[in-house]
Design a protein around this ligand. Structure first.
Ligand code: NAD
Ligand code: DAU
Length: 389
């Protein structure tokens, strides 16, 4: 199994945040030879938050990575098995809202950048219980920004200028489109509709304010729906693949005509890496797949591929589609205008939906161990409670 992520250096058996590293004296002064090499070395790492989740476990094998992740139900170290012993990678279990921990991590690892993925990410869960969304997505981002600001302010000039804070956000902050509306662009007014979207919108505003007020070199990315390996099977595509495999009902909300713009996760990761490398501080970049599809079309495509790749059932899997009660406040349509990131930074998606969805279905069918691990205990309780009404 191939894990995804940005990697970090291991400093020894002691948890790294207990080690004190002296910065060279005289910020802004040229350090001595030994001190300078330590500085350059330490400043080559990136702090990733939420790196054990679906998207944060992305590949970036040229850099040292510290992965700060609370390991909620959505975080899974199995996503990172292939790099667990890489000396450039270090995992720290913890909460972005724990300011002491974040303070120690920043001062010990002296990262040159932060890529902030950590969030509560599932809309249905935010409707059932918004508290964790407020705590992590808003309060947690605020705590991270405050500690980052303190760390960044104390950096020597050159490193302060080079530092970057990339905030990973969503198209859901823009609200819902009508059938003939133009796709969301970076200047579309925010109109979040779910507690999840509102919490992400609040975090985006905080990030914006930290750039505007304090000059923190932040960049925000707003992306459409991702799909691919390692996505927790509470989300549409993996849930449908696994239910279809097992011949279970496929719960489609409402009339199944809601539209999402689907992007393969590796393309999203590459866009984030591009923004980190070449984006302009203070800017936001929309990311999307130019691949609008109705939910029912997605589910039917999944059914056909599972029919082809898994043992056949007595009837086509499309017959498992079951229309269920709609999601409250369900946004009708999302679509992203990603021309800015293409024009300014040269990013565009590489994977087509036809190839990406086949890879994704195959991965879920071939990785039964991973699926078994994540679909035990609390997962079963969620599915039972959520789909019983
Ligand atoms: P995910 O739910 O799969 O993973 C989230 C990760 O964050 C998990 O590893 C979890 O343990 C960790 N986490 C949660 N609370 C934390 C806390 N308080 N402290 C530290 N770690 C914590 O989410 P994902 O789908 O990988 O999404 C990552 C980011 O991308 C999120 O910010 C999300 O809003 C955004 N995003 C997701 C999509 C999508 O389609 N999945 C699209 C656009 C943007
Ligand atoms: O748009 C980006 C967002 O995409 C991210 O910010 C979120 O973190 C991510 O979860 C995703 O949100 P959605 O709500 O669009 O994704 P989800 O997979 O939950 O649902 C996709 C569509 O499928 C949506 O219209 C609801 C519908 N759906 C979902 C589930 C789980 C169903 O019809 N049945 C289901 O069982």
């Amino acid at each position: 199994m191939h894990g995804n992520l940005f990697l970090l250096e291991r400093t020894g058996p002691t948890p790294s945040f207990f080690i004190t590293i002296e910065r060279p004296s005289g910020a802004g002064q040229p350090p001595s030879g030994a001190a300078r090499s330590l500085t350059l070395f330490m400043h080559n790492s990136i702090l990733v938050t939420g790196g054990a989740g679906f998207i944060g476990s992305m590949e970036r094998d040229t850099t040292s990575i510290v992965n700060l992740d609370k390991l909620t139900y959505a975080g899974n170290l199995r996503n990172l098995e292939s790099i667990a012993n890489d000396r450039r990678y270090e995992f720290v279990q913890g909460d972005i809202g724990d300011r002491d921990l974040v303070h120690r991590l920043l001062n010990h690892h002296q990262p040159k950048a932060i890529v902030h993925f950590a969030a509560e990410s599932h809309v249905d869960r935010s409707i059932r219980g918004p508290d964790d969304f407020i705590r992590t997505n808003i309060d947690g981002t605020f705590a991270l920004l405050e500690e980052t600001r303190a760390y960044w302010t104390a950096l020597p000039d050159l490193e302060r200028a080079r530092f970057r804070f990339v905030h990973v956000s969503t198209d859901e902050v823009y609200g819902s489109l009508g059938p003939d509306d133009a796709p969301f662009c970076e200047s579309t007014p925010y109109a979040p509709n779910s507690p999840y979207a509102a919490s992400k919108a609040a975090s985006d505003h905080l990030v914006r304010a930290y750039h505007h007020t304090y000059g923190l070199p932040t960049l925000t990315t707003n992306c459409s729906n991702n799909y691919g390996r390692f996505q927790f099977p509470e989300k549409l595509i993996p849930l449908m693949i696994l239910n279809a495999r097992d011949g279970k009902p496929l719960p489609v909300y409402g009339d199944g005509q809601n539209v999402r713009d689907w992007l393969y996760v590796d393309d999203h990761c590459e866009a984030i890496a591009t923004v980190l490398d070449r984006g302009r501080p203070g800017e936001t970049y929309n990311i999307g797949g130019s691949n609008e599809q109705r939910n029912l079309e997605i589910v039917e495509t999944v059914c056909d591929i599972v029919d082809e790749m898994a043992p056949r059932l007595s009837t086509p899997r499309r017959e498992l589609v079951t229309f269920v009660k709609d999601r409250p406040g369900h946004d009708r349509r999302y679509a992203m205008d990603a021309r800015k990131i293409e024009r300014e930074l040269g990013w565009r998606p590489k994977e087509t939906f036809e190839t990406g969805i086949r890879k994704t279905v195959r991965w879920y069918l071939e990785n039964e161990g991973w699926v078994r691990d994540v679909t035990s205990g609390s997962y079963r309780q969620w599915i039972a409670a959520h789909y019983s009404v």
